[in-house]
Design a binder for this molecule. Structure first.
Ligand SMILES: CCCCCCCC/C=C\CCC/C=C/C(=O)SCCNC(=O)CCNC(=O)[C@H](O)C(C)(C)COP(=O)(O)OP(=O)(O)OC[C@H]1O[C@@H](n2cnc3c(N)ncnc32)[C@H](O)[C@@H]1OP(=O)(O)O
Ligand SMILES: Cc1cc2nc3c(=O)[nH]c(=O)nc-3n(C[C@H](O)[C@H](O)[C@H](O)COP(=O)(O)OP(=O)(O)OC[C@H]3O[C@@H](n4cnc5c(N)ncnc54)[C@H](O)[C@@H]3O)c2cc1C
Length: 661
């Protein structure tokens, strides 16, 4: 029986067409749909007991699943696209994520043609398994502070990789702890006593015969991490080198080279391309944020439609909690954010592909913007998604705290995204540097392009005032864009003015860093809003689909406007009355979305297997499933628990002299 059938009947749009918009294309939808069902129907990919397993059992099970996934990919002759979807729907972090997601891209991006020809076929066949070994015990954010050394030995034509201190131990790389045979290891290059900065090196870590660490290599797992199941399926590792020798041609030499006679040569590509793998992964993390958020929102929306509390009239049913405006005000902006992040993720993938093509043609002009966009959007979307998942847990009341809701594990597995691939604050400071540089160049005649082109309208934006007179005026895209542009430009200019008061710019930057981060957030929110609005300019087929997306877009920007009212009012673009009208319009949009809420989450097309949540199951049959699941808990295997006779019974039977207490 479908307990959500009435909700589904209320939908005012074509859900099948919305599924295609969400997937990106009909083809992408068909692949995703087929592969997600394939995984869901295969008992080899079950994950329902994951949060109850001890670490060793959990990890072994992950190894089994990764090997089984590889076998299915081969047996079924899956394409690269299908294989990547399969790994996604298996939904279990594993060493393979780092192998495919970072090791291979690092070689592709930073290796010469010759190096790619040698290493990539081995990696593609998984005859070697790689990790990305950059972070150390002492330094993560400050990449230039890494201490591992790679000293060129001209006698033997080798690099000597060494960990000179405890803090130089590699610490965190996923897949390193127990599985990787190789790593792209980042180290400080030293030639003839002279330092040349951080470079990547392909280093073999374990024997391909017996998996033992090679001589001079000390390697292991760094231990349990936050949450049950969650990221503990990953073997994040520690690694030390004691004068380990590798051939010279294992330095990744696309950006710079070391010749046989020990000469250091820089190509005509910027040195920042050494950081290229991080840019690539940040872009994939943005594309992934909408998946994690939409998953949590699906659970919270379906459950909010099932759950009833208070408000019974004449013995009738109580109110569905989704009908409370407070619930809508917490839930619908997250639903809207999931769609917003999907579209900005699609755009960022386009930007990344565009910059990659330009780099191949030696056009480096858009690299700073690509860095700022990937860094800023990675920070914005992961912070909002991690906070959003936790909010969804609370939206499900007490039952959200059960592992069977799926939300505690989803939060635990997702929240490190705020830290890995660049701490979110550190990344926003990179965006702020980019903005300050842009503002400082405004008078130079250099026209700001792309996502900062609005800075070219600085004179207009500094003076313009919002023209909204009634709530519906907030539905005009041009009005909204101008509000977000005016806010972003004014916050950036205010920071630049305050910075100019410092004689030492670095001191000023450090002192004003909290304001700079806020200006960076305003800029990134403008990007997300403008890409959502751009999406709506496209031809979007399907009955009512565009209307629903327009409502969600409105909810996204009006919620931000309401939340950051202080910014908008302080920059005197808005009056308090106009801010109040924005809030009136926001409430009206909640009412418009309410009957479509369940259908809007159905449009994500997630299987019950992928959701891994009793509260979010498609049929809404929550209570019997929760009740049955409780009895399946291992603690209920026996009526009297282990330990009763040892620890509880003696308490009950004790003869206390103080019995009257
Ligand atoms: C089914 C398959 C799934 C696939 C999915 C795979 C993904 C797996 C997902 C998750 C797994 C998690 C794995 C996690 C891995 C990691 O965490 S790896 C380690 C990541 N580490 C970091 O991100 C470190 C963060 N720090 C930095 O990036 C930098 O050090 C820095 C903060 C940017 C500072 O660097 P530096 O001190 O060198 O630079 P500055 O002096 O500040 O700037 C110098 C100029 O360079 C520009 N810059 C900086 N970075 C970049 C860049 N990346 N690209 C281009 N340009 C860059 C900067 O703007 C300065 O420019 P300017 O001189 O013009 O001002
Ligand atoms: C689950 C997980 C997986 C990971 N996988 C990998 C991997 O595969 N390979 C790899 O190499 N690394 C990996 N990492 C490491 C990760 O990239 C780093 O932890 C991350 O870059 C943050 O660096 P940090 O730990 O040095 O944080 P720190 O920089 O020490 O941050 C601590 C605090 O200091 C603040 N801070 C730091 N610098 C500044 C500044 N300049 N201004 C203001 N505030 C500042 C930060 O905001 C933060 O609040 C992983 C980490 C995690 C948690």
């Amino acid at each position: 029986m479908d307990y959500l059938a009435d909700e589904r009947k209320k939908a005012e749009f074509d859900v099948d067409e919305m599924k295609i918009v969400w997937a990106g294309s009909r083809h992408a939808f068909e692949v995703s749909d087929r592969i997600s069902k394939l995984v869901a129907n295969d008992p080899g990919f079950r994950k329902d007991t994951r949060t109850m397993l001890a670490r060793k059992e959990l990890f072994k099970n992950t190894l089994r699943k990764a090997a089984y996934a590889w076998k299915r990919i081969h047996d079924l002759h899956l394409s690269e696209e299908e294989a990547s979807r399969l790994r996604f729907y298996v939904d279990e972090p594993a060493y393979t994520d780092l192998h495919w997601g970072m090791f291979v891209p690092a070689i592709k991006g930073q290796g010469t043609d010759e190096q790619q020809k040698k290493w990539l076929p081995l990696a593609y066949k998984m005859q070697i398994i790689g990790c990305y070994a950059q972070t150390e015990l002492g330094h993560g954010s400050n990449v230039q502070g890494l201490e591992t050394t790679a000293t060129f030995d001209p006698q033997t034509d080798e690099f000597v990789i060494h960990s000179p201190t405890l803090t130089s131990s590699k610490w965190w790389p996923g897949g390193l702890g127990k599985v990787s045979t190789h790593g792209v290891v980042y180290a400080r290059l030293i030639i003839n006593g002279e330092e040349h900065g951080i470079h990547g090196f392909i280093v073999q870590l374990r024997s391909l015969e017996d998996h033992l660490p090679l001589p001079g290599v000390t390697v292991g797992d760094i231990g349990m991490k936050f949450g049950n199941g969650a990221y503990n399926t990953m073997d994040n590792g520690v690694l030390r080198f004691d004068h380990v020798r590798i051939p010279r041609n294992q330095m990744l030499m696309r950006v710079s080279q070391v010749t046989r006679d020990g000469k250091y040569k820089q190509s005509d590509v910027p040195r920042q391309l050494v950081y290229g793998t991080m840019v690539y992964v940040r872009q994939t993390i943005v594309a992934d944020a909408s998946c994690a958020l939409s998953r949590a929102v699906t659970i919270a929306t379906r459950y909010s439609a099932v759950r009833r509390q208070f408000g019974s009239q004449n013995g009738g049913p109580e109110t569905q909690v989704i009908d409370y405006k407070t619930q809508q005000n917490r839930l619908f902006p997250l639903l809207a954010s999931a769609y917003a992040f999907k579209f900005v993720g699609e755009w960022l993938t386009w930007l990344y592909n565009d910059v990659t093509q330009r780099l191949q043609a030696s056009d480096f002009s858009t690299l700073p913007e690509a860095h700022a966009c990937t860094a800023g959007l990675k920070s914005l979307t992961t912070t909002a998604t991690a906070d959003g998942i936790e909010e969804c847990r609370k939206l499900c009341g007490g039952h959200g705290y059960l592992c069977s809701s799926g939300l505690p594990e989803l939060f635990a597995v997702y929240v490190p995204a705020c830290t890995y691939e660049g701490d979110n604050t550190v990344l926003l400071l990179q965006v702020a540097r980019f903005l300050m540089k842009t503002v400082s160049q405004l008078g130079s005649g250099k026209k700001p392009l792309g996502t900062i082109s609005y800075m070219g309208k600085i004179e207009h934006l500094m003076q313009s005032r919002c023209t909204v007179q009634k709530a519906e005026d907030w539905l005009k895209p041009s009005q909204v864009l101008e509000a977000f542009e005016a806010r972003a430009v004014k916050m950036a200019v205010s920071c630049a003015k305050n910075l100019s008061k410092f004689t030492n710019p670095e001191e000023g930057f450090a002192e004003l860093s909290a304001d700079l981060v806020e200006a960076a957030v305003a800029h990134c929110q403008l990007i997300v809003v403008s890409k959502f609005i751009d999406k709506l300019q496209q031809d979007i087929p399907g009955k009512g689909v565009k209307q629903q997306l327009e409502a969600l877009c409105g909810i996204y920007y009006l919620y931000l406007l309401h939340k950051h009212q202080g910014d908008f009012l302080a920059t005197s673009y808005l009056t308090p009355k106009q801010a109040a009208l924005a809030n009136d319009q926001l409430r009206a949009l909640y009412t418009k979305v309410r009957p479509n809420a369940v259908a809007l989450v159905d449009s994500f097309n997630y299987t019950d297997h992928f959701l891994g949540s009793i509260l979010g199951c498609y049929d809404g049959n929550v209570y019997p499933k929760l009740y049955d699941a409780a009895w399946k808990d291992p603690l209920n295997d026996s009526v009297v628990p282990e330990g009763y006779h040892e620890y509880v019974r003696p308490l009950l039977k004790q003869q206390l002299h103080t019995a009257k207490l």
